[in-house]
Design a binder for this molecule. Structure first.
Ligand code: SF4
Length: 440
């Protein structure tokens, strides 16, 4: 069988299989371009089973492009909480505003216009245009490249841009006339259900007869993919600062800066434990005593007097490029006293001592500088003693000009603010009393 027949076999058999075996997914029940768009953004890096409840809740709360465009960002992030990769949510909302301003609230059908929307890359543009508007545009992601690599026995590295271009051309040629919507979803469905990464189900595959990879016994060695660099470990010290007096029953949280990793999300205060190190160095836990001194000094530099009482727990959070290894300490709020600058100075000394032994670079991997721990950098504290500061958050400056906002929160505030998953878990555990034994 020649290449033309092999392509025909693929397209015809795959479509027939899909029309019988397609999953009933909430975004497939309507040909609504907005639903397609939201689902495709959510499905990036995330499994279908995980996405379904998020999708239903998100569409329930933001049923139209206009509703999403007009929503407070905090509400959008709250609805995304737990899905991770939060820049997707921020970009989605920014793009919804673009659609309102530039296209009168209608998702454009023009390739360039779709591609110009924030957060929309070649795959998502192809998915929107084909699934929502039945345009013959390829939608090629890692799953599709895996299927095509195997079926057509393509040995090119799928991490290369040139391979993606080749795959997009091939995927475009395979789309049967007038069937782009179903065909692209069929291809995605085959990658998700049958031609899976580690254990492809070749015996039940609708295109197995002409699959060159299977015939050559290469189904487990394809696609060719150079390994991505493993994420760099970072040891971080986290403070659960328990309030006293007017803040009793509350915990200190801060909002991350306007841009960068987890922008504008809320978190427990934390600081890099290791001295600024080269990216290849392995992070190691810091002993409790210097860790607590460093944490107290860091909090002081941020404008808060707090005494670490002991280790509450360890936790880990994996990003695509970094792994945060967290040592979490329970701390109690202190009144400002002459003792705390000494703790801060001690922290700086501990930090410098470690730095001297590590062949350290002068700048930390995340851009923080050692000066963040200096008492001379202590921010002017503007936080009032008002226990309920949710509506009127103060702002202070630390480090390299980052502007951070702090709040004292109780369990009732957890529903109103967006936290990355790791801090959501830590705070939920704290409010559930799980770390209560530390001071006993
Ligand atoms: S026969 Fe096997 S390797 Fe080929 S496309 Fe089907 S599942 Fe994938």
């Amino acid at each position: 069988m020649g290449l033309i027949e092999q392509k025909q076999h693929f397209s015809v058999n795959l479509l027939d299989w899909y029309m019988i075996n397609r999953r009933d997914l909430p975004w497939r029940r309507h040909n609504n371009p907005y639903f397609t768009w939201v689902s495709e953004i959510m499905l990036q890096q995330t499994r279908v089973d995980t996405v379904i409840p998020y999708f239903n809740r998100f569409i329930g709360n933001f049923p139209t492009v206009q509703a999403l465009a007009e929503a407070p960002e905090e509400d959008v992030l709250k609805n995304w909480e737990g899905l991770g990769y939060y820049s997707r949510a921020r970009n989605l909302q920014a793009a919804a505003r673009q659609v309102m301003e530039l296209h009168g609230g209608e998702i454009p059908q023009d390739k360039q216009a779709v591609f110009a929307l924030k957060g929309v890359g070649p795959y998502t543009a192809g998915a929107i245009l084909s699934i929502a508007f039945n345009q013959p545009q390829p939608a090629v992601d890692g799953n599709v490249m895996r299927v095509l690599s195997r079926y057509f026995l393509i040995d090119e590295d799928i991490m290369k841009g040139s391979t993606r271009v080749l795959m997009e051309e091939l995927a475009g040629e395979l789309i049967p006339e007038g069937r782009a919507r179903d065909f692209n979803q069929a291809l995605m469905e085959l990658g998700a259900l049958v031609c899976t990464p580690k254990a492809p189900h070749c015996l039940t595959c609708p295109v197995m007869e002409q699959c060159s990879g299977r015939i050559a016994g290469r189904e487990l060695t394809l696609p060719v993919k150079t390994k991505a660099k493993p994420p760099r470990p970072e040891q971080r010290l986290v403070a659960i600062v328990e309030g006293r007096g007017a803040h009793r029953g509350r915990v200190l949280v801060r909002q991350r800066p306007e841009s960068g990793l987890l922008a504008r999300m809320w978190e427990l205060p934390h600081v890099l434990a290791e001295p600024p190190a080269k990216a290849s160095k392995k992070a190691a836990p810091l002993a409790d005593e210097p860790a607590m001194a460093l944490l107290a000094g860091s909090l002081w530099a941020e404008g808060f007097a707090a005494r670490p009482e002991g280790l509450a727990t360890h936790a880990e959070h994996v990003f695509s490029h970094i792994v945060w290894q967290l040592q979490v300490y329970k701390c109690t709020e202190q009144s400002q006293s002459s003792e705390l600058p000494l703790i801060a100075a001690e922290a700086r000394a501990a930090y410098d001592a470690q730095a001297a032994t590590t062949d350290a670079a002068t700048t930390a991997p995340d851009g923080q500088s050692a000066s963040a721990f200096s008492t001379s950098d202590q921010a002017e504290r503007k936080l009032t003693d008002d226990a309920d500061v949710l509506g009127d958050a103060p702002q202070i400056h630390i480090g390299k000009g980052d502007q951070l906002t702090y709040r004292w929160i109780g369990p009732e505030d957890m529903d109103k603010m967006a936290f990355p998953n790791i801090f959501l878990k830590l705070l939920s555990s704290y409010f559930a009393g799980i770390y209560d034994d530390i001071n006993e």
